[in-house]
Design a binder for this molecule. Sequence first.
Ligand code: SIN
Ligand code: MN
Length: 281
Amino acid sequence: MKLTSAQREEFDREGYLFFPSLFSPTEIKSLIDEVPVLYAQSRPENVREKGSESVRTNFAAHMYNEQFARLARHPRMVEPIVDLFGENVYMHQFKINGKMAFDGDVWQWHQDYGTWKNDDQMPDARAMNVAIFLDEVNEFNGPLMFIPGSHKLGVLDAGHDTATTSYPLWTINDDVIRQLVGRGGIVAPKGPAGSMILFHGCLVHASTSNLSPWNRVSVYLSLCAVSNHIRRFKRPGYIAHRDFAPIQCLPDDCLVKPYEVAVPWKNGTPAAELQPLTVAA
Ligand code: SIN
Ligand code: MN
């Protein structure tokens, strides 16, 4: 899947592209059916909401679940990014965010590239975020919100918020958000399960809590241009991957046929991936 010149212009201007219903209900069912088993596991990759057993985010499922390993190699997701960067990409981060009914907590206003730069020493914002909806996203279940055009401002000042939720985040203060929203407004792409969003690493985004009775499970992937790989391994390898091999795509029907994929962490996460390393590759 290649982007049209109109899509490239839209991405440059707005900082994101929305593809409603890009994956079929059958493809999405094959993924969402795997989620309860993943969330039930007690492994460090499952981060639970504050004061609850609900999973906030599950890291690196593509390393221990075959169907998510196939998704990580899906050409409908990988090819537009390779096209935009003009270079092969590797998987920097892979998450399945729960935002579960009644329990899903907020994601404060932030940019992802700020963390990749400060924590991981990623040289440039040549990494793309992808969100794939495994449930419908509507106005009630905590849709992802963007400030269009905010990616043009580079890395904004942020403070490390370790208190608001169960997962520490570099967040942008309210005065800056007020100014940014004054110029760009807020949008929240909504749509059926199977929809996909591509968004720039510097696009300012957030989501509210989920008070609705509907889960909002979405996969969030960050794909980085291979030459732009991280230089520091301060975060565990299951959060910020250290394998910079280019993603080799599977055929387009890889979610409906059982193509063979490696799942090297199936029997547990290697000890080296659980901790910081002082020397990066
Ligand atoms: C994120 O910014 O990484 C997640 C946001 C969300 O799940 O709403
Ligand atoms: Mn984010």
